[in-house]
Write a new protein. Structure first.
Lengths: 218, 161
């Protein structure tokens, strides 16, 4: 019952967010329609950065308690985090071309985001190719704990190294000079909520699937 | 279960045409200034804009609460940002400069009342729609592709069970 209500609520929120992105939020005067990528890029960036912190937390709990469910949760978070990182990177690359004139620059924010993608890849590749067992799970947990250091670096990168990428527009470091108007901010926050709901739903589904697979040793 | 979710989504999508008007509240136009109306205090009341297609449009300039914001460059490329509350005469001076130079501007307006006036964007911003489409298409393909992968795993575990 809870799962059904969650699914319906997520579906409604998702549809409303699509309406807000394309029909309600005003067009940005300098970039035009392409600026609407913001409503995809920022929420998925948020999801991928929070995911690696969550993985570090659950990995720590696994190392501390030796309970396999924390390891399972770490793995589920990593898989969904990887999908989020792919969307974040791709949307950023596609947005950079019309706005900056290049697909990619080697600046800190972009490079650290790419490193996050590689951390997810390394974590999941390690899990898939190392022989199953406690040693694998422990080493994977340590990889996640080290990898989580990247998340705050990404968040602070635009503040520390002022380059092309705009400064943070959401969160404690949000710039007061942000030129987002009220409707844009509401749309952005609503999209963050939507992606968070989708993220939690996917992680939960993945967690249940992994649990089933582990119980049957598939 | 999915029948209900799909029905709700379909219902909302069908309702969309009545909601599209929500986007009509703001519009972007570009063109050159044909005439400027200035009151006795030196504040700009409005401009007559000749648009790209040759049509004319009166644009009102606001001061006081929520004034029209300007971002205009002079011939040397120095950008001035401000509104009539900051300096009304500077606004008039900048607009007259643009009028004399036939420098095109872009206006974000709501029912003829300007919210922002800036130098015309040199790029054709509407031509970036393919980037927008590519971005959202790939994002949702990745997202739903992942759902298919999860579904495959569930089926695999069911078969082994």
């Amino acid at each position: 019952m809870v799962r059904q209500v969650y699914l319906i609520a997520t579906g409604i929120v998702f549809t409303v967010s699509i309406w807000m992105i394309f029909l309600w939020a005003p067009t940005e005067i300098n970039q035009g329609q392409v600026q609407r990528i913001l409503y995809l890029h920022v929420p998925f960036a948020w999801a991928s950065m929070v995911a690696i912190i969550a993985i570090a937390f659950t990995s720590f709990l696994f190392l501390y308690t030796k309970n396999d469910r924390w390891d399972n949760l770490s793995q589920s978070l990593a898989e969904v985090g990887l999908v989020s990182a792919v969307v974040m990177l791709f949307s950023g690359i596609v947005w950079a071309k019309p706005v900056w004139g290049v697909w990619w620059t080697g600046e800190a924010k972009l490079t650290t985001a790419l490193v996050l993608f590689f951390i997810y890849c390394a974590y999941l590749l390690f899990r898939n190719y190392f022989p199953p067992g406690n040693a694998r799970n422990r080493i994977a947990a340590i990889i996640a704990l080290i990898g989580a250091i990247d998340s705050p670096i990404i968040y602070y990168a635009a503040q520390i190294w002022e380059q092309n990428h705009p400064k943070v527009i959401v969160g404690p470091l949000a710039s007061e000079e942000s030129n987002l108007n009220g409707e844009m901010v509401i749309t952005l926050l609503f999209c963050v909520l939507t992606v968070t709901l989708l993220f939690v739903g996917l992680v939960w589904t993945q967690y249940q699937t992994n649990k089933l697979l582990r119980s049957k040793n598939v | 279960m999915f029948k209900y979710v799909f029905s709700i989504l379909l219902f909302i999508i069908v309702l969309q045409p009545t909601l599209i008007s929500a986007d009509d509240h703001e519009d972007l136009i570009s063109g050159v200034i044909n005439a400027i109306s200035i009151d006795e205090n030196g504040n700009v009341e409005g401009i007559l804009l000749m648009m790209n297609n040759g049509d004319f449009m009166n644009i009102d300039i606001k001061s006081g609460d929520n004034p029209t914001e300007f971002g205009l460059e002079n011939i040397a490329g120095d950008r001035w940002v401000g509104n009539q509350n900051d300096n009304g005469k500077e606004v008039a001076s900048k607009l007259e400069d643009h009028q004399k130079r036939f420098a095109p501007i872009t206006v974000l307006h709501e029912k003829g009342v300007a919210k922002e006036i800036v130098d015309m964007e040199k790029r054709n911003v509407s031509s970036n729609l393919n980037f927008l489409f590519a971005c959202f298409a790939v994002a949702w393909i990745a997202f739903f592709g992942y759902l298919v992968i999860i579904n495959g795993r569930i089926k695999k575990s069911s078969q082994n069970g």
